[in-house]
Design a protein around this ligand. Structure first.
Ligand code: KIV
Length: 264
């Protein structure tokens, strides 16, 4: 299988081939998804919640993102690798944004993703002018959790719909090669997707996007206390993992592991 590039993503939209993106935060899972024919691996700042145990993405640092991007880059060969720009790594100034985007590329990413529409137009333009490909992210943007008053579906009212259509146009005009649409009504996602020449990748945005993304732990069924409407569990890994850990604990405690076949 040949390497996926940002050019392939545009071609996939033109040819009506849907784009598959999934998050990964380490070399092992990046390798598994790469070999499973996933088009794009995203080192998301969801890292903060699903790996580091924070309640939101706001505490994720550049240091975190660089370490996990480098790990994922070592695991994958073929998939396009995109890294999230964490909170405060691009909002503070355009020079900060360029420098931090460049650091993620030096860690092994081939593109960066950042949240925001019209308000981030100049930032996206400046990063792409340095030949660093940018994926936009609009709608429910987790770094804006406090402005939104929680993780709420966006774009339900007419003014919000207009604003999101404008955000999508701004991201494209600024030079982004694709855009994530998160937590918006399916009809609005369809309208945005039809209005753009760059591909849209949806999460909680219905079936009419050019591709779909899920957080790997959600997709694999690893949580027992988090199952929002937009997630489908394509596996049920939590139970077999817990069962294996219980079996290990039992055999250590009753002395049946290690047996002679595991001993030197
Ligand atoms: O951080 C992340 O994992 C994301 C995806 C949910 C799109 O931004």
């Amino acid at each position: 299988m040949r390497k996926t590039t940002i050019l392939d993503m545009g071609a996939m939209k033109a040819e009506g081939r849907r784009i598959v993106m999934v998050t990964a935060y380490d070399a092992l899972f990046a390798r598994i998804f790469d070999e499973a024919d996933v088009d794009v691996i995203l080192v998301g700042d969801s890292l903060g919640m699903v790996v580091l145990g924070y309640p939101d993405t706001l505490n994720v640092t550049m240091e975190d993102m660089i370490r996990h991007t480098a790990a994922a880059a070592r695991g994958r060969k073929r998939s396009l690798l995109v890294a999230d720009m964490p909170f405060l790594s691009y909002q503070t100034s355009i020079p900060d944004a360029i420098r931090n985007a460049g650091l993620l590329l030096q860690a092994g990413a081939e593109a960066v993703k950042l949240e925001g529409g019209r308000s981030m137009e100049a930032t996206i333009r400046a990063i792409t002018a340095c030949d660093i490909p940018v994926m936009g992210h609009i709608g429910l943007t987790p770094q804006s959790v406090h402005r939104m008053g929680g993780y709420k579906v966006q774009g339900k009212t007419d003014p919000q719909r207009e604003r999101l259509l404008d955000d999508a146009a701004a991201v494209q005009d600024a030079g982004a090669f694709s855009v994530v649409l998160e937590g918006i009504p399916a009809t609005l996602a369809a309208e945005i997707t039809a209005s753009l020449s760059i591909p849209t990748i949806g999460i909680g945005a219905g079936v009419h996007c050019d591709g779909q993304v899920l957080v790997m732990q959600d997709m694999l069924g690893m949580f027992d206390d988090f199952q929002p409407k937009f997630v489908k569990r394509f596996g049920e890994l939590r139970k077999p993992i817990a069962d294996a850990a219980n079996a290990f604990a039992r055999e250590v405690r009753d002395g049946s592991f290690p047996g002679p076949e595991h001993s030197f």
